[in-house]
Write a protein that binds this ligand. Structure first.
Ligand code: PEP
Length: 250
């Protein structure tokens, strides 16, 4: 029987500079081995990308990605990093539209779509995050928000390219709060995303991860749902022993 491929993605946010990232990986690589059907994605801060890429060179099950990029390839954009720069540092994926980028830094749906299209053009795999706030969920607007966030992506990304990107459903109210969506809630939104994208004539089955306070206690129930292709994890991914436990659980 074929093993269902599962992605475990670690978003380190603004944690683990180059030296701390190397210490993390020294320990993590010592206590884990590649497993069929499981891929481990790390999104370190930009300054740690090169060190992380170098440290995991012998592990084909590990993907390294940037947490953010600009859609322009170069120019007068102080403080930004470009796709060629993160590629040079070893990244093959990029996180786009994380809720902290959208809500703390004002990133718009259209900017998220521009970054996604630029990443695909450059040959990187975008991991595009969507999700509603608590007020939006309580106001019955979850579906409308997800559709609004997907709309510019459907405009800018060609149908044939959707198979090369990954979507993460991350309800904002569940990120870093200790409050997780139930497996049913998550599965329902995953189905909505899949249906919306398929309706546009996208041929591939899209990979969709769930993110929001995932931990070793709740990951088995979440990944028991076939609608979920993996998880995107923040807080529970910055300790090597805890992360090794979580990725070994399902
Ligand atoms: C995230 O940062 O994408 C995330 C899901 O964070 P946490 O796991 O801490 O909720």
């Amino acid at each position: 029987m074929a093993i269902r491929p599962v992605i475990y993605a670690a978003n380190w946010k603004m944690n683990l500079g180059p030296a701390a990232a190397c210490r993390f990986l020294e320990r993590f690589l010592e206590i884990t081995s590649p497993l069929e059907g499981r891929s481990l994605w790390f999104f370190p801060p930009a300054v740690s990308l090169a060190a992380v890429s170098e440290a995991v060179r012998a592990r084909p099950d590990i993907v390294v990605g940037a947490q953010n990029i600009h859609w322009e390839m170069k120019g007068a954009f102080t403080g930004e990093v470009s796709l060629p720069m993160v590629q040079e540092a070893g990244a093959t994926a990029v996180l786009v539209g994380h809720s902290e980028r959208r809500h703390l830094f004002g990133e718009t749906d259209d900017q998220v779509a521009r970054k996604t299209a630029a990443a695909l053009n450059a040959g990187l795999t975008p991991l595009v995050c969507v999700g509603e706030t608590l007020a939006e969920r309580e106001g019955g607007r979850t579906e409308a928000v997800i559709l609004r966030q997907l709309a510019p992506l459907l405009e800018r990304v060609a149908a044939d390219d959707w198979g090369r990107l990954v979507v993460a459903y991350e309800p904002v109210w569940a990120i870093g709060t200790g409050r997780t969506a139930t497996p049913d809630d998550a599965a329902q939104v995953h189905e909505l995303i899949r249906f919306t994208i398929a309706r546009r004539g996208v041929p591939a089955r899209i990979r969709i991860l769930y993110g929001g306070s995932v931990n070793p206690g709740n990951v088995p129930a979440l990944l028991a749902r076939p609608e979920l292709d993996g998880v995107l994890v923040g807080g529970a991914s910055v300790n090597p022993d805890g992360w090794a436990e979580l990725v070994g659980l399902s």
